[in-house]
Design a binder for this molecule. Sequence first.
Ligand code: CO
Ligand code: CO
Length: 355
Amino acid sequence: MRIGVLSKIMTEEEFEGALISPGSNLYYLTGLRIHEAGERPTLLVINRDGVHRLLAPSLYENSIRDFPVTFWHDGEDPYAKLSAILGELGISSGRLLVEDTMRADWLINVMRLGSFEFHPLGPVIRRLRMRKDIAELKLVKKAAEVVDEVFEEILSWDLVGMRERDLAFRIELAIRERSDGISFEPIVASGENGANPHHEPGERKLRKGDMVILDYGAKWEGYCSDITRTIALGRPDPKLVEIYEVVKEAQENAFLTVRDGVKAREVDRAARETIENAGYGRYFTHRTGHGLGLDVHEEPFIGPDGEVTLRNGMTFTIEPGIYVPGLGGVRIEDDVVVDGKGKRLTRADRSLVQL
Ligand code: CO
Ligand code: CO
C-alpha cells in the first residue's frame, strides 16, 4: 500500500507525521476522489507507522466508505477535531510533512496545534510518483490514445474561418466525449499568435497560410496526456516550413536520447543543440518537457538543469518549439515512457500536415 511506502520514508527521515490536503497526492495515496474542498478543512493525517485518519466535512458522509474518517459539521471547529486526531496518532511535535498546495489559512491553524517544523511533501512523494507501475502506465497510455483520436478528428474539420476560441471549445468537447475530461485548457495559437507558447485562444480567425499550434490533453481515471501538433493551412511562409523541420528533428533527437540511466538534462540538450545548430537557439524559450501522471506537470522536468536520472516507468513529454515574434511558431509534443529506451505513447502523425 502506498501509505505504507510513504511512512517507511517518514521513519527513515524522521518525520513524525504528514498532513495532506485534497489533490493528486491524496488520490495517489488513498484512491479517494475528493475534489476541491473549497474553504472547508479536509486533511489526511498519517503517522510514521502508517496509521492514518481523514478529517472531512460532513458533506462527504455518504461518499467516503471503508476508510478511517472523522467528519465535522458546519458550525463545529474542525481544528479541535484535527487536534484530537493528531493526539490519537501520537503526533504532537517534530518534523511534519505538509502538502505543498495546502491553503495558508489551514496551515496557520495547524501551526497553533503543536510545535512543529514544517517541510513540503512534494520532494518526498515525487520519489514514489515519478516511476509509474503497470496499472498507472495503462491509464496514461489510454489518455494518450484519446488525444491521438482527437487529432484525427480535428483534421476532418473545416478549419479555415474558425475562431481560435471556437476551435479550442470543439477540441475540448471532442476530448470530453472520449475521456474523463481535459487535463488543461486547450491552446490554439494561429499565425503570429503562435509566437506565444502559452497563447490564450482568442477572436482571431484561422486563415489560409497559417501555421496553427494545437496543444491539448485528456484525463483517464485521473492520469493525464498532453500533445502538441502544428498544422499548416494552405501554404505557410517557407521560413515556418523550414522551422517545422528543425523542431521535428530536435524532437526526434531528444526522443532518441531517452533511455534508462540518462539524466533528464541530456534529453534537453539533444533538443537544444539541434535547434541551436540550425540558428534558432534564442527562439527556443522553454524547457524541453515535463513529467506527466496524475498532474499534467510533475517531476521529472526535462530542462537544462534536469538532474533526475531517467528510469524505467517514468513518463514525460518531449516538446521543443521555436517561436519567432511577428512570424509565428512551431511546437511538437509527444508523451514518452522509459522502457529500456524511450517509447512514444502519443503516435499522431508528426510530419507536416497541410490542409
Ligand atoms: Co502540451
Ligand atoms: Co506539455
